[in-house]
Design a protein around this ligand. Structure first.
Ligand code: NDP
Length: 324
């Protein structure tokens, strides 16, 4: 495994990490979750991502049960949670958002579900227009000083809001966000490559990037329709299916055009797409998702491809994804 610093912090995360969205508690039950986490840890993955909203808390509960069962030393892995969306069975205004009240309570609930004493990383899952940024920064600072959170960050905040969080933190001597959690993949690049560029140099922020395969699209699995056992066939995820596939043939055309490059390199398209994310030095870790052991095993092998992604290959890839 390769390890990278989370921005300019001292935390070293595995370049490939593993998250629970959609899968844990829905496509993946206890035995499979155990198998996936054991495989990941065995291969050097040291970061597992989760959120209060993933399957309404069930994903965190399942991860917590399995981590306790596997008895990994607590200093051998990092675990994260995210606050903002709440859960469908908790509709009250105090049960969602980024108020001091919900940030604190969601942290305590995540600690219980994940069965840990502290969260290594804790994210504000989206910006909250109904809470002043200063209130959220102060709440996160409290959690860090209490030892319940080690590093706090944002997820999909506009750069402007992140600048504001840093300004508040600097002026009040509070802990500032150390990382962002944005989507980044061959078909979704602008925020990480352009909008966030000043954050890396200016504040030393790192990124834990999500959906490196655009929910599986970049594996090529949707080239000829939607397999019945795949994420985009899940009930309640019609919105995701529309967001991933609802662009006419443009995205699928690019995926098909990338296939020959992967074939020439003797690799799978999924591995090519994952390794490509790591060419960006501001990517601290690529968070993988998997509903099956074979997927995770294959995706973890993407690291071996990295040395062969030279400037010429990167240029060919860019030409494909920037075409049209
Ligand atoms: P990906 O884009 O890599 O999608 C993962 C899914 O693609 C798998 O569950 C599987 O779905 C399919 N897949 C994976 N590998 C292969 C393969 N080799 N061949 C074929 N199909 C494959 O990542 P995610 O979207 O899961 O994102 C990763 C993590 O990032 C999440 O688990 C979560 O922790 C985090 N995240 C954070 C968000 C945020 O807002 N902060 C938003 C979304 C994710 P299937 O088998 O069902 O087709």
């Amino acid at each position: 495994m390769l390890y990278r610093r989370l921005g300019t912090s001292g935390l070293q995360l595995s370049a490939l990490s593993f998250g629970a969205w959609v899968t844990f508690g829905r496509q993946v039950g206890r035995d499979e979750a155990r198998d996936l986490l054991a495989l990941a840890h065995d291969r050097g993955v040291n970061y597992f991502d989760n959120a209060e909203t993933y399957n309404n808390g069930v994903a965190e509960q399942l991860m917590g049960d399995v981590l306790a069962d596997l008895r990994f030393p607590r200093d051998s892995y990092c675990v994260s949670s995210k606050v903002f969306f709440g859960a469908v069975d908790k509709p009250l205004p105090t049960q969602r958002g980024l108020s001091r009240k919900h940030v604190m309570e969601a942290c305590h609930q995540a600690l219980q579900r994940l069965r840990v004493d502290y969260l290594d990383l804790y994210f504000c899952h989206r910006p909250d227009p109904d809470t002043p940024i200063a209130e959220t920064v102060a709440a996160m600072d409290t959690l860090v000083r209490q030892g319940k959170v080690l590093y706090w960050g944002t997820s999909e905040w506009p750069a402007e809001a992140i600048h504001e969080a840093h300004r508040v933190a600097r002026e009040n001597h509070l802990y500032a966000p150390a990382m962002e959690q944005p989507q980044y993949n061959l078909l979704h690049r602008e925020r990480v490559e352009l909008e966030y560029a000043p954050l890396y140099e200016g504040y030393g922020m790192g990124t834990t990037i999500w959906s490196p395969l655009a929910s599986g699209l970049l594996s090529g699995k949707y080239n000829d329709g939607v397999p019945a056992d795949s994420r985009l066939a899940q009930p309640d995820y019609e919105w995701l299916r529309e967001s991933v596939l609802g662009h006419g043939d443009e995205r699928l055309g690019k995926v098909r055009a990338l296939q020959p490059i992967a074939a020439e390199l003797g690799t799978s398209l999924a591995q090519l797409a994952i390794a490509w994310c790591l060419l960006n030095p501001h990517v601290s870790t690529v968070m993988l998702g998997a509903s099956k052991r074979e997927q995770l095993a294959q995706n973890l092998d993407a690291l071996a491809l990295l040395p062969r992604l030279d400037a010429a290959v990167a240029q060919r890839i860019r030409q494909v994804v920037e075409a049209g």
